[in-house]
Write a protein that binds this ligand. Structure first.
Ligand code: TRP
Length: 327
């Protein structure tokens, strides 16, 4: 069976873009593949922070949200990165097999290092940890957004180099990137992806937003003055985004939905209603999970135990092949 691995950072709240663009597909994938999903808390601390509780709570909240959107810990392997120590161990070995030059070319590093005063070495070697995440599990496919393409490429390069120098050790993973149409854009800046880092609260629908808030945000989405409803992403980004969201929420094709609307108002009303209906069961399930932290802890331990078993056997191979003294 195809082994799938993806990671998600426990920073910021999950929003509609994460759900429609990624995690909803993960919930489907878990039934068709051998799927591993990881809350990457070690990646989250590459940016210095001074609130321990926020990091910890962020991991718990994200894990609960992933379960609420449908990841079933009995079906897939859902775990927290720092619970499986092998990630940190392999990350070091990956750092010793990637060059300074390669890491310097990473666009995510360039973007993030521009935004912070303290640039940690961990932020620079972030791709080595990501490579470790992926390679530990003999991953075939990595479902990620387009922005992660470079990180999967570097993972393949490291794996190939390692296999060449130290003998066949790692499976070479492939990125699986969803079609551009599945992208949800910011409601206020519809040419930018809906994103936790955009800092656009009015343009981002949080998965835990109240129905009233959702309605308000969608009704005040930026459109244009042309007055016709057409699905044309370049020319009409705002309207096309609403059609994409409505299409994704109702399983319809956005272009054919456009034919059913003549005015922006009804399109907004229907989109808001569809999103509220889509999120209602997610929110209800999240509230249940939130009320039972011991159950979340139990499920995450189950996930870490399953992950550790595979990570352990990969590490034995790696230690032997790279020449560490094993007992
Ligand atoms: N870097 C990814 C992001 O920012 C998160 C991530 C960490 C990841 N490890 C991973 C994604 C392994 C896929 C596979 O979105």
């Amino acid at each position: 069976m195809t082994r799938v691995f993806s990671g998600i950072q426990p920073t910021g709240e999950q929003h509609l873009g994460n759900f429609l663009g990624a995690t909803r597909n993960w919930a489907k994938m878990q039934h068709e593949t051998d799927a591993f999903f990881c809350v990457v808390d070690l990646h989250a601390i590459t940016i210095r922070h001074d609130d321990r509780a926020a990091v910890r709570d962020g991991s718990v909240r994200l894990a609960q949200m992933l379960m609420a959107v449908g990841l079933d810990p009995e079906v897939c392997t859902l775990f927290v990165q720092s619970h499986v120590r092998e990630h940190a161990e392999l990350s070091w070995i990956m750092q010793c097999n990637v060059s300074y030059g390669e890491l310097s070319r990473m666009t995510q590093f360039k973007d993030k290092s521009d935004q912070h005063d303290f640039i940690s070495a961990g932020l620079f070697t972030y791709p080595a940890l990501q490579a470790a995440d992926i390679l530990l599990y003999d991953t075939d496919e990595v479902p990620v957004g387009d922005d992660q393409r470079q990180h999967i490429e570097i993972t393949r390069d490291i794996a190939e180099r390692f296999n060449y120098h130290y003998g066949e050790t790692f499976v070479l993973p492939e990125a699986v990137i969803p079609a551009a149409g599945a992208r949800v854009m910011d409601l206020q800046q519809p040419t930018s992806k809906m994103s936790k880092s955009l800092d656009s609260p009015k343009g981002t629908v949080g998965l835990l937003d109240e129905p009233k808030q959702i309605e308000k945000k969608i009704k005040s989405a930026v459109t244009d003055n042309d007055g016709t409803v057409r699905f044309e992403v370049a020319e009409k980004p705002g309207i096309s985004n609403l059609l994409s969201i409505l299409g994704a929420a109702t399983d319809r094709d956005p272009a054919s939905l456009a034919d059913e609307y003549e005015q922006y108002g009804p399109l907004k009303t229907d989109t808001a209603a569809a999103v509220i209906e889509l999120l209602e069961p997610v929110q209800a399930r999240y509230r249940e999970l939130e009320a039972d932290p011991a159950e979340t802890a139990r499920l995450l331990k189950l996930g870490a135990d399953k992950a550790r078993e595979i990570a352990n056997s990969t590490m034995e191979r790696v230690r032997t092949n790279v020449g560490l003294l094993t007992d």
